[in-house]
Design a protein around this ligand. Structure first.
Ligand code: NCD
Ligand code: ZN
Length: 344
């Protein structure tokens, strides 16, 4: 069996920097024409000037002959100014602003401490049409980890959208039936990205025969009924759900640790993993729009030309991939077999 897709894009990707960037970028450039690049570096990408420099480093790290366009994002902080938003829109290469509630995830310590502190910036984004990408998890340590996405929707997102009804918002990497229903019931300016791992796994994967750090990411995997709701959301063909891998590399050593880092690396086989999930949902006919049309349509960008071909061929995943000197990278499904393979 074969599947031809218009060349897809990844609307949520962590590329890191330096040697890590050089190691992981070819995996994404092989499959995707463009990616929304997350700004959670150390220090975070908080200004248009920093985004321009990061973009240049990404372009310089591309393998010869690769055609891949990084779409940049700004990391929202309590002190981001509305003027920076005007600059971002004028730049042409900054396509969104990322909201990390402070403390929600990897490198989010400089994120927003109270949403009211960024109302001025959000008003400017609303009037300029610049999308807000939300890491949608509440950060109150008293809230159960598995309930934090719903808590964010109720306590932060609903009031936010009421205050800024024309703000374009993408709920990133949704993991719950609550989020899927919220987005489906919202207007045309509210969308969501869905990762392959949240479509393929429920929280049992974290404890399969022992503690499994390579399945640990944030937001954490949820119950099977939530996974089923995500599959139903993407299988519905609703154009406000689109592909965002959240591929988030960490050295094998940093994951297999007493306090392991959050993030699954999936860029080595992103399309193959999505194809497996869509096939499971009997929705392979919806994969192309999810991967290649819905994202650019929401962002107001042209769809790609050209295509990629997926073949149903058992394909082994290596145990580790090269990453940093002295540090390997463990890909999702390491040592297992993929059902699909993208033709190179
Ligand atoms: C991401 C990372 O490592 O940067 N980790 C993750 O578990 N997804 C951060 C994020 O997107 O939350
Ligand atoms: Zn992410």
């Amino acid at each position: 069996m074969q599947l031809a897709l218009t060349r897809p894009d990844d609307w949520h990707l962590h590329l890191r920097d330096g040697a890590a960037l050089t190691a992981v970028l070819p995996w994404s450039a092989r499959q995707f024409a463009r990616a929304i690049v997350m700004p959670n570096l150390k220090p975070p990408v908080t200004t248009v000037a920093m985004a321009a420099e990061y973009r240049a480093r990404i372009l310089a790290a591309l393998p010869a002959g690769a055609s891949f366009a990084p779409l940049m994002t700004l990391y929202l902080t309590d002190s981001t100014s509305p003027a920076e938003i005007t600059k971002a829109v004028a730049s042409g290469f900054v396509k969104a602003v990322k909201l990390y509630p402070a403390g929600a995830t990897t490198h989010s310590d400089l994120g927003v401490t109270r949403i009211a502190r960024v109302y001025g910036v959000l008003a400017e984004m609303e009037s300029q049409g610049l999308p807000l990408l939300a890491h949608g998890e509440a950060t109150d340590p008293a809230i159960d980890l598995f309930d934090r996405e719903k808590a964010f929707i109720d306590a932060t997102l609903v009031p936010l959208i009421a205050r800024f009804p024309r703000l374009r918002v993408v709920m990133e990497h949704i993991t719950t039936a609550d989020a899927a229903q919220f987005v489906a019931a919202s207007g045309p300016n509210i969308a969501a990205t869905v990762t392959a791992h949240h479509l393929l796994y429920n929280r049992n994967a974290l404890f399969q025969g022992g503690l499994r750090p390579h399945w640990y990411c944030l937001p954490v995997l949820k119950r099977e009924r939530h996974r089923q709701a995500l599959l139903a959301a993407v299988a519905s063909g609703n154009p406000r759900f689109f592909l965002g891998t959240d591929s988030a590399p960490h050295a094998t050593r940093a994951k297999e640790a007493a306090c392991g880092c959050a993030g699954c690396f999936t860029a080595h086989a992103a399309l193959e993993l999505y194809a497996e999930a869509f096939e499971q949902a009997n929705a392979l006919d919806k994969l192309e729009a999810f991967a290649s049309f819905n994202g650019p349509d929401f962002y107001g960008l042209p769809r790609n030309t050209g295509s990629v071909i997926l073949e149903k061929t058992p394909t082994p995943v290596p145990d580790v991939l090269p990453y940093l000197p002295g540090d390997s990278l463990t890909p999702l499904k390491a040592g297992e077999t993929l059902a699909w393979k993208m033709r190179s």
